[in-house]
Ligand binder design. Structure first.
Ligand code: HSE
Length: 328
């Protein structure tokens, strides 16, 4: 049996879900991160949240990380009601970059590591999928890379595709927040056979294109009839970006998760710096014309999932340990 560390540290990647037609089924980890430190508290629970993305996040026992950690302890048959938790996140909240999935996955991995890792990664994936009710973001944050997955209400299954190094991701993150619940509420409860067939064909081609490196097919494949058309009215400028980003150099474009972030895939090996700048300008200007201020970021797919870090100095604070790694 492995010995129990006094304090554990985990690093969790952000994620983008759906990639257009893969609604609730495709996810990709991105090189934007959150870090969590967790230890058993001597007397009472303390929760410290760092970064400017944390406004309004509870710091009592209703905190998501605390609650998820307790689920791990219950499943493993141990009791640790009082915890010290610190978190720093570069992942913007409620923007469609998997911030809640990263908190859930980070809490699962940290709590499990704190008690000597009795639960397997698959058990953590099942718990995460059950909590999120879809496996796309949590699968990507947990395993890294590109994830194709389903959750049938009982079990989640997944396969991972290693992203190629030439794949780059441009995200345009609007300043406004969009709760996933709101973006799911606008979806219809039934769909036509025609739309179902449309998505089956497009998502199949997209997975095949990503798995085989046939990036020329992404422009045809990255189209959706199940969620994007219904969500577009929530994000002014989105339809224009979906229709025209390929003309401006994107391999394909989609709403990131439930939005409002928009995401363009780019072949770094085939795109000049001027080409990248033009695409970035197109996304920003299109949103700006609708009065939407947005931050653009160039990201890469992240090949690694959630890592338990062993090189951190337990005598330093979380912030001191991650200094130099964070974006802010
Ligand atoms: N697949 C989910 C959705 C991702 O599009 O609603 C957001 O959690």
């Amino acid at each position: 049996m492995s010995s129990q560390p006094r304090s554990v540290y985990v690093k969790v990647p952000a994620s983008t879900a759906n990639l257009g037609p893969g609604f609730d089924a495709l996810g990709m980890a991105l090189n934007l991160y959150a870090w969590i430190e967790m230890s058993v508290a001597q007397d009472r629970t303390t929760i410290q949240l760092y970064g400017d993305q944390m406004d309004g996040v509870p710091t009592d026992k209703s905190n998501l990380i605390y609650e998820v950690a307790q689920q791990v302890f219950r499943k493993a048959g141990v009791e640790h009601p009082e915890l010290n938790i610190s978190m720093y996140s570069d992942i913007p909240l409620t923007r469609g970059l998997g911030s809640s999935a990263s908190a859930i996955v980070g809490a699962l991995v940290a709590a499990n590591a704190l008690i000597g890792s009795p639960l397997s990664r698959d058990e953590l994936f099942q718990m995460a999928s059950d909590l999120e009710k879809h496996p796309d973001n949590v699968g990507a944050s947990l395993f890294g890379g590109l994830i194709a997955a389903f959750w049938d209400g009982e079990r989640a299954e997944h396969l991972r595709i290693e992203p190629e190094d030439r794949l780059e991701v441009l995200v345009a993150i609007p300043e406004f927040h969009l709760a996933t619940e709101k973006a799911r509420h606008v979806l219809p409860t039934t769909i036509s056979m025609k739309d179902a067939v449309f998505n089956v064909g497009h998502v199949s081609l997209l997975v095949a294109a990503l798995a085989t490196g046939r990036y020329d097919m992404i422009r045809h494949a990255m189209k959706d009839a199940l969620h994007q058309p219904y969500r577009a009215p929530l994000i002014p400028g989105m339809s224009d970006i979906l229709d025209r980003a390929v003309e401006h150099g994107a391999l394909g474009v989609a709403l990131s998760g439930a939005g409002p972030t928009l995401l363009a895939l780019v072949d770094a090996a085939a795109t000049t710096p001027e080409g990248k700048a033009e695409l970035e300008r197109f996304l920003r200007d299109t949103l700006a014309r609708e009065g939407i201020a947005a931050t653009t970021l160039w990201l890469k797919p992240c090949g690694e999932g959630t890592q338990v870090l062993t090189h951190f100095d337990p005598l330093c604070t979380l912030i001191e340990n991650i200094k130099g790694e964070v974006r802010a």
